[in-house]
Unconditional design. Structure first.
Length: 313
């Protein structure tokens, strides 16, 4: 595949990085009432569909991983559970599109850097990863889609609040996560969060992420959870919580942390931000940066999950 010109102006990079600060939402809150909700991590009610779920945390016999266990898990999930295959088939019966996925997340899901190159052609798979082209073609349009449920500052609590609702596409009673599923009607959602309030315990993050997963499953959409490269909180508690939820619900886990750990500075330019290079996957020098690995392993994960859900070779 030919490589199109791909230049990221330094000013754009600076603006993007400054908008991606861990520990707090970057968008000002206009009213004291909303501010109180956000400070207390209180998600507003969302419209839900009453569905009898066959997948519940208490149904699984998979043990909760110890903190060190998730670090040894594969980067790309090795298949999916029967429970997720059931969710996927119910979703297709409901009319979800097999060739669409959505993204839930914060600034590390910004389409300027994340996945959009697979739609605009600014990537090079090389011989080793040429098999991924079929999946790129299958999900054309989803790679560069600007998700209603993903932007800088939209952490796992904010995605459930009405304050972040986009009035251009959503009703006033829809949170971003509710609206994104309705508007895009995906069969798979890639859920990847790095931001959380610095003064809030990880227990709040885990509670909110479980609420997101509960809602996604209630809509018969398959969630993929991703770990993060950084350890900004200092004790790996967020990645541990992400892995615990994936185990409890039998979800596919994209262990992005494991992809970046061997890289120089673990693929980080500071405590939080990834090092940047183009998505030229057969260039060893470029593959010493964090962003190419984020794009490649996310693509590999979506490929693996889609093939397993559809029992493809």
């Amino acid at each position: 595949m030919s490589i199109k010109p791909f230049l990221i102006p330094t000013l754009l990079l600076i603006i993007f990085l400054s908008a991606c600060t861990p520990g707090a939402s970057t968008t000002p809150v206009p009213s004291q009432a909303v501010a109180t909700d956000m400070e207390q991590d209180t998600a507003l009610p969302v419209e839900t569909t009453t569905v009898t779920l066959t997948v519940k945390p208490e149904d699984t016999v998979v043990p909760t991983p110890a903190p060190e266990d998730w670090k040894s898990l594969p980067i790309v999930p090795e298949g999916v559970s029967d429970a997720m295959k059931e969710v996927y088939q119910r979703g297709l019966a409901d009319g979800h599109f097999a060739d669409r996925f959505s993204k839930f997340g914060d600034c590390l899901n910004n389409p300027t850097y994340f996945l959009s190159s697979f739609d605009d052609g600014t990537y090079q798979l090389g011989e080793e990863y040429a098999y991924l082209q079929d999946t790129i073609d299958h999900f054309a349009g989803s790679w560069s889609r600007i998700s209603i449920a993903s932007k800088g500052g939209m952490n796992v609590a904010a995605v459930q609040t009405l304050y972040y609702t986009n009035p251009e596409f959503c009703s006033s009673s829809e949170s971003p996560m509710v609206c994104e599923i309705r508007v895009n009607n995906p069969s798979i959602i890639l859920i990847s969060y790095s931001e959380w309030w610095a003064d809030k315990p990880t227990a709040g993050f885990e509670e909110r992420l479980r609420a997101v997963v509960d809602y996604v499953l209630s809509q018969n959409v398959v969630p993929i959870l991703g770990t993060k490269a950084d350890n900004y909180e200092g004790d790996d508690s967020i990645n541990t919580a992400i892995a615990r939820i994936a185990f409890d619900y039998q979800l596919p886990l994209w262990n992005f942390w494991a992809a970046t750990y061997p890289l120089p500075l673990h693929g980080l330019s500071d405590e939080f931000h990834l090092t940047f290079s183009q998505n030229i996957f057969d260039d060893p020098v470029r593959m010493e940066s964090g962003w190419p690995w984020r794009n490649l392993t996310a693509l590999q994960t979506i490929d693996a999950v889609y093939r397993s859900l559809n029992e493809l070779p």
